[in-house]
Write a protein that binds this ligand. Structure first.
Ligand SMILES: Cc1ncc(COP(=O)(O)O)c(C=O)c1O
Length: 510
C-alpha cells in the first residue's frame, strides 16, 4: 500500500469527512493511489489522522457509493479496479489554457475553473509574468550549428582540468562543517577578500570585502536590487537598446521603464539631465547602465561622461545600477575605472559576473553595495536562497588567488581580438557600405546594422535553414522599431567556423 498523505486541517472550511473524501479522491485521480490498491482500515486511518472512526467511515461510504472504492467481504476496502483509464490518466497536452499546461486536474472537475482560480491568486509579480513573454530566450538552440545570438565565451578553451582539480580538492577536504548549510549569506569570506583585491586591481574599485555579496550570476544581482530597492511604478531609466535580462526583470517587478537613447559614448546623460534633473517633477529611482561595454551596441562610456552620470545621481538621489558584465575583455588599453570606484559615497550598486570570463552555467557573480545597504542585501540573499554553493565559491577563491583567471584572460584576449577583427573585416568586405559595425574594441560581441530590403524574420528563417542562429536587437528596444540590426557573438566558436558562416550571409541579407 502506498503511503496515503492526507492533510487534515481542523480549521478548514470543509468538514473533516469532506477533507478526507477529497484527499482520497484526488490521490486516486492523480495516480497516487493505484487501482486495486488496499486502503487502510477505517480504524487505522482514524488513529493516523486523529479523527473519529465515524468520520473516516462516512468518507469511505461516499467514495464506495461513487465507485472510487470497492469493498471485498472479509478482506477490506480497495481502490476500485474499474475506474476508466482515461479518467485517471489525464493527457497533459490536451489541457492547455492560455498556453499553460495543467498537469494535475484532479482537484476540480472543471479544468477552466481551476486555471481561473489559480490565475486569480497570482501575485502582482506572477500576474506580470503571466501576461508577458519572459521565456523567449531561456532555451538553448540545438537546431543550428552556430549561434551568433548568445554571448558565451569559448568553453573549450576554459582550463576545465584546473577547475575540476580545485573543485575535487575542496570536495575531498571539506570538513563536515563546510558541507553543512547555512554559511555566510553574503558569500565565503576568503572569496570576498579575493574579489576585493581583484576589483581594486582590474576595475579601480576600492571596496571592503563585506560590501561584496556573492550571487548566482548577474541576474540574481539584478533581482536582489529589485527586491531591496524597487516599488511597482517606480521610474527606472534603462539604455535603449539595452539588456533584455534587466529590462524583463524590471518590467516583471512593475517598474515604469524610461528608455534612454544610447550613442557612441553610451547612455545619453544629456537626456537624463534634460528630463529628470533636480527641478523635474518626475523622480527617477534608478538608472541601469552598462558603461564599460554597452549592451548591445558595444559603446564604452568615457571618463568625463561617467563623472557626469555620477554627479547627476548624487544631485538627484538616483541610484545607479552598474552592470559590468564583460569589461575584462578590453582590447585597446586599460579599462576605464568602474563608476562605483570613481566617487566616494556615490549611490552605485556594481554588478559583476563570471559568466563571460569563465562558464555561463557556473552561476557565480557578485554585487558591491554601499555600506548602509550591506545588511539589507545580505538579508535578501539569505531569504532568497541562503547562499551560493560553497564548493564553487571555494574553488573560485583559489582560481583567483592562484592567478588562473588572469592567465586565462591573458590567453583569451588575443584570441578573441583576432576573431573580432577578422569578423569585422569580413563583414565590411562582404557588405561594403551596406553594413555599419558598432562598438569599441571590447567585449565578445559586435552589433551590425545592415541596409537591407529583407525583413528580419525572413533573414532569421533563411539563416536557420543554413543552420546559422541569428538574433536581432528588436526586443532590446522598448520605444523604437528597428530592423536589420543583428548581434554577432563571436567568442564561442572557432575562427574557421565563424568565417564559413559569415560568408553565407550575403545570400540571405541583400
Ligand atoms: C548586459 C549583460 N549583463 C549580464 C549578463 C550575464 O548574466 P549572468 O551573470 O546572469 O549570466 C549578460 C549576458 O548576456 C549581459 O549581456
Amino acid at each position: 500500500m502506498s503511503e496515503l498523505l492526507l492533510n487534515i486541517d481542523q480549521k478548514h472550511k470543509d468538514t473533516l469527512y469532506k477533507q478526507i473524501y477529497n484527499g482520497i479522491r484526488l490521490s486516486i485521480l492523480n495516480g497516487g493511489l493505484k487501482a486495486g490498491e488496499k486502503m487502510p482500515s477505517t480504524r487505522q486511518l482514524s488513529i493516523e489522522l486523529s479523527v473519529s472512526r465515524a468520520t473516516v467511515t462516512l468518507a469511505y461510504e461516499y467514495l464506495l457509493s461513487e465507485g472510487y472504492l470497492e469493498s471485498r467481504s472479509g478482506s477490506g476496502t480497495y481502490v476500485s479496479r474499474h475506474l476508466p483509464e482515461e479518467y485517471t490518466q489525464i493527457d497533459r497536452k490536451s489541457i492547455n489554457i492560455d498556453g499553460l499546461n495543467l498537469t494535475d486536474t484532479g482537484i476540480v472537475d472543471n479544468v477552466k475553473d481551476y486555471a481561473i482560480h489559480l490565475y486569480e491568486n497570482l501575485s502582482y509579480y506572477g500576474l506580470n509574468l503571466k501576461t508577458g513573454n519572459y521565456l523567449d530566450y531561456a532555451t538553448s538552440d540545438s537546431d543550428v550549428d552556430i549561434q551568433f545570438g548568445f554571448g558565451r565565451p569559448d568553453l573549450k578553451a576554459f582550463p576545465m582540468k584546473k577547475w575540476m582539480q580545485l573543485m575535487t580538492y575542496h570536495a575531498i577536504r571539506a570538513n563536515l562543517h563546510l558541507l553543512d548549510s547555512p554559511h555566510e549569506a553574503g558569500g565565503y569570506h576568503p572569496l570576498k577578500e579575493a574579489l576585493s583585491h581583484y576589483l581594486l586591481k582590474s576595475r579601480a574599485l576600492p571596496c571592503k570585502p563585506n560590501q561584496i555579496i556573492v550571487v548566482n550570476g548577474s541576474q540574481q544581482g539584478i533581482d536582489l536590487v529589485i527586491r531591496c530597492l524597487l516599488n511597482p511604478n517606480d521610474l527606472v531609466a534603462i539604455e535603449e537598446p539595452g539588456y533584455l535580462g534587466a529590462q524583463r526583470a524590471f518590467q516583471a517587478a512593475g517598474a515604469k521603464l524610461i528608455p534612454i537613447e544610447v550613442n557612441k559614448e553610451g547612455l545619453r546623460i544629456d537626456i537624463l539631465k534634460a528630463n529628470y534633473d533636480v527641478n523635474s517633477k518626475k523622480i527617477l529611482k534608478m538608472v541601469y547602465v552598462t558603461p564599460s561595454h554597452q549592451y548591445p551596441t558595444g559603446a564604452v562610456m568615457p571618463l568625463a561622461k561617467r563623472l557626469e552620470l555620477i554627479s547627476f545621481a548624487k544631485r538627484t538621489g538616483t541610484i545607479i545600477i552598474e552592470d559590468d558584465y564583460d569589461s575584462e575583455y578590453r582590447y585597446d588599453g586599460r579599462p576605464i575605472p568602474a563608476l562605483s570606484g570613481l566617487a566616494k559615497s556615490a549611490p552605485v550598486i556594481y554588478i559583476g559576473t563570471f559568466s563571460k570570463v569563465m562558464l555561463p552555467a557556473l552561476r557565480l557573480g557578485y554585487i558591491v553595495v554601499p555600506e548602509p545597504l550591506i545588511d539589507i542585501f545580505t538579508s535578501a540573499k539569505w531569504l532568497t536562497d541562503r547562499h551560493s554553493p560553497l564548493l564553487h565559491q571555494q574553488a573560485l577563491t583559489d582560481f583567483l588567488n592562484q592567478g588562473h583567471l588572469e592567465r586565462h584572460l591573458r590567453k583569451m584576449r588575443p584570441i578573441y581580438l583576432e576573431k573580432r577583427r577578422t569578423l569585422i573585416k569580413l563583414l565590411k568586405e562582404l557588405f561594403g557600405y551596406r553594413v555599419n559595425i558598432l562598438g569599441d574594441d571590447a567585449g565578445i560581441n559586435i552589433l551590425a546594422r545592415f541596409q537591407t530590403t529583407i525583413s528580419d524574420e525572413e533573414i532569421i528563417q533563411k539563416a536557420r535553414e543554413l543552420k546559422i542562429g541569428l538574433v536581432t536587437t528588436k526586443s532590446d528596444y522598448i520605444s523604437k522599431q528597428v530592423s536589420g540590426e543583428f548581434l554577432f557573438n563571436y567568442a564561442g566558436e572557432p575562427l574557421p567556423k565563424l568565417i564559413a558562416a559569415i560568408k553565407k550571409l550575403p545570400n540571405i541579407i541583400y
